[in-house]
Every structure is written in C-alpha cells, then in structure tokens.
Design a protein around this ligand. Structure first.
Ligand SMILES: NC(=O)c1ccc[n+]([C@@H]2O[C@H](COP(=O)([O-])OP(=O)(O)OC[C@H]3O[C@@H](n4cnc5c(N)ncnc54)[C@H](O)[C@@H]3O)[C@@H](O)[C@H]2O)c1
Ligand SMILES: [Zn+2]
Length: 371
C-alpha cells in the first residue's frame, strides 16, 4: 500500500502519513488507534456519504474500542458554513469529546474543509483525520492543511491551517461517485501534471478508461502520484508565500467563470478545465509553450468529459472578475502559465490585458451565454 510522508518545517511543524489503498475504510479503527489513540472520537460526514460509508466506518472504529459520536450534515457547498460548524460543536461537546479525541472527516472536500475547521477550533484544537471519498478531496483538498468554511461574502473566507494526523484514502469509495465528480477530480490531476510532471500527463492519457471505470490498482497509483506532487509543493511552501501559487494553474480564469456562471451552472473542475485551456493558449500565443502541447492538453480534457469552450457574454466581465480574485496581491493579476513544456509552469505577473482578453475569447463559444 502506497504511503506518502508529509513533513512540514516549523512553524507548521507537522509530520503525517497519507495512506492510499483498498481496505482503509474497514481498517479505519486500527489505523486510527496507531495515529490518534483515545477513548472516543468524532465522525463527521454528509448525508450522501453517510448512506454508503457511515456504517462501515463506525463498525471499524467501535471494533477498535472507540466510542463514536457521529455528526451528519446536508451535503453541498451551501452547507460549508459557520452554521454547520456550530451544529457540529454542539454534537461533539454534548458527547463530551476530550482534547485527545480525534475528529474524522469522512467525505469530499466540503466535509474535509468543514471538519478540519471544527478540529482546529474545538477545545483549541483536537487531532484531525482525513478520510477523503472523492477523487478531488484525495488528490487536492485533503493535502496541505488548509481548512475552513464559506462566508456570505465569498468562498473559503473563514479558515485556518490545521494539519491532519493522517490521511487515509480508500479508493474503492470512488465507485459510488457521480461521473461529474470523477471528471472534476481529474481536472486537478491534469493540472498537477502540467505544472510538475509530464509522465503523469501521459499516465492519465494512457489509463483514462481504467480510471473512469474505477480500477482500484490504477486509482491507487493515480492518487498516490498526485498526493506526492501536491505534498512536495506544499512542503516547500506551507503558507503559500511562493511556489505553492503554481497550484492555481487555471484557477484565476476558473474562479472568474464560476462566479459569473453561478456555482450551480459550472462545477469547479469544469471551470478549472476551461481555465487550463485558456492559460495554455495564452502561453502558446506568447511563444512560451508549444502549440502541440496545448492541443494535447485540450484533447485530454475533452476525453475526460470536461469542457474547453464555454459561451461567454462579455470577456471584459471575466477579466474584471479575475481582478477581484482574493489571491491577487496588491491589485496585480498573477497568472500561472505552462512554460516551455508540459511538466513545467511559471508565475507570470506581467501579462497585458489584451493578451488575457484574447485567451478568454479563445475559450469562448457561440450559444446562450452562461457567464
Ligand atoms: N482545503 C483545500 O486545500 C481545498 C482544495 C481544493 C478544494 N477544496 C474544497 O473542496 C470542496 C469540493 O470538494 P468535493 O468536490 O469533494 O465536494 P463535496 O465534498 O461536496 O463532494 C461532492 C459530492 O459528492 C458526494 N460524495 C462524496 N463522496 C462520495 C462517494 N464516495 N460516493 C458518492 N457520493 C459522494 C458529496 O456528498 C457531494 O454531494 C470545495 O468546498 C473546495 O473549496 C479545498
Ligand atoms: Zn481547484
């Protein structure tokens, strides 16, 4: 079973394993005993995930001797809020969880972010275990220690850095994922490949049918590979002061499209795919990336089932929305562009507006505008 060790320098100063395999849900209790022994634990999940995996998780934890306090919330980004956090505090405090009691996030990125925030703040911090059940949570949200919830003013505006004691990914849970969720997770995998690893790009290309069919061996390899990439970036820059920004490839374009389209019309991974297509085209236009590479990127995104063109009413409105992204430092738009070849990217703070507008125009297609 692949195991990736994450070691963060001070002040984050954390070390924990990311285990990826096929029996981790049934072995949750024994893994937990090793990483976070305590008489009791909290188990947080949403109602979709609860239907499939709450019972096996609880059985495994109880067999290992934990008294389990479960908290189930209504699935969806709309519930990644302080209101749900508050309800989770009520449940866990009523069950008399102690300072040593770990809290487990069983679910996708919404559950992970929310549970991480609960763990970071409950009793000034309790151990936190991630059990991601979406591809996106496994390769992206569960690695890096960013936890938090949304605010009426915007997504992820309330949060903290809180590293888990372990991440345990059972890839067999992906079998019940809707196709769109697999596609969205793959958008982040393709992003990792473009910024850091051409070999991963080829691997996804070669094994796409097996990935979409949820072949456990291939998924284990895919997740472990992506975790290694994200972990290396995060370990080098735990508080996002430098190169961690590379992980935002496609995201400045993508967030703008998500905002304008409305979150229910464009899924995050779809927006990222469009953003990756725009950034790749921009790099080609600037002579920084081969046209054939950009074509291969688009072809792979399309085979995954992700969009690379979208009806856009007004490219200038997209550029304006990009400028209000919270990642912008002192009003300067910083874009991540593929650089020289697939597997390498750079942070570009000097792109003229007309080139950005041209890239937005490039991904624009005729039809009823969704943005
Ligand atoms: N902390 C970070 O660094 C980071 C990074 C990327 C994304 N995120 C966050 O992650 C969230 C998105 O994550 P997500 O896409 O996993 O969303 P999600 O948690 O909402 O899961 C997507 C949907 O799939 C369902 N689901 C989850 N696992 C399932 C399974 N195995 N079988 C069937 N259904 C299942 C969920 O109930 C939900 O309806 C966003 O809130 C985003 O902000 C955080
Ligand atoms: Zn993303």
């Amino acid at each position: 079973m692949p195991e990736i060790h994450i070691q963060l320098p001070p002040p984050a100063a954390a070390a924990y394993p990311v285990r990826v395999g096929t029996h981790l849900l049934s072995e949750l209790g024994t893994n937990m005993k090793e990483r976070a022994p305590a008489p009791s634990c909290g188990l947080i999940t949403d109602h979709h995930v609860a239907r499939h995996y709450l019972d096996p998780a609880r059985v495994s934890l109880e067999a290992a001797g934990y008294r389990v306090c479960t908290f189930v919330f209504d699935a969806g980004e709309a519930n990644k809020t302080l209101r749900t956090v508050s309800a989770a505090y009520d449940a866990l405090l009523t069950a008399r969880l102690e300072r040593s009691s770990p809290v487990i996030a069983l679910g996708g990125g919404v559950t992970g972010d929310l549970t991480g925030f609960v763990s970071a703040t409950l009793l000034r911090g309790v151990p936190f275990i991630q059990v991601p059940t979406t591809l996106l949570a496994a390769v992206d949200a569960s690695v890096g220690g960013k936890v938090g919830v949304d605010h009426a003013m915007g997504k992820n505006l309330i949060g903290a850095f809180h590293q888990p004691a372990a991440v345990l990914t059972d890839v067999t849970t992906f079998k019940t994922l809707p196709a769109l969720e697999m596609q969205c997770g793959l958008a982040e995998c393709v992003k990792h490949a473009i910024i850091k690893d051409a070999e991963l790009f080829n691997y996804i290309d070669r094994n796409l049918a097996a990935i979409l069919a949820c072949d456990s061996g291939i998924l284990t390899e895919l997740v472990a590979w992506n975790v290694q990439i994200k972990a290396a970036v995060v370990m080098a820059d735990p508080f996002e002061r430098g190169d961690r920004a590379l992980l935002n490839l496609g995201h400045t374009f993508g967030h703008a499209l998500e905002t304008l389209a409305g979150y229910s019309n464009l899924a995050h991974g779809q927006a990222v795919a469009l953003g990756v297509a725009a950034a790749s085209h921009l790099a080609v236009q600037r002579g920084e990336y081969p046209a054939e590479s950009a074509m291969a990127v688009e072809a792979l995104l399309k085979r995954i089932g992700l969009p690379v063109r979208v009806p856009i009413a007004d490219p200038a409105a997209v550029l304006n929305a990009m400028r209000s992204d919270k990642k912008i430092i002192s009003g300067r738009l910083r874009l991540i562009l593929p650089s020289e070849h697939t597997g390498k990217a750079r942070i570009a703070g000097d792109i003229p507006d007309n080139q950005i507008l041209q890239a937005i125009d490039y991904i624009r297609q005729d039809g009823a505008a969704i943005t």
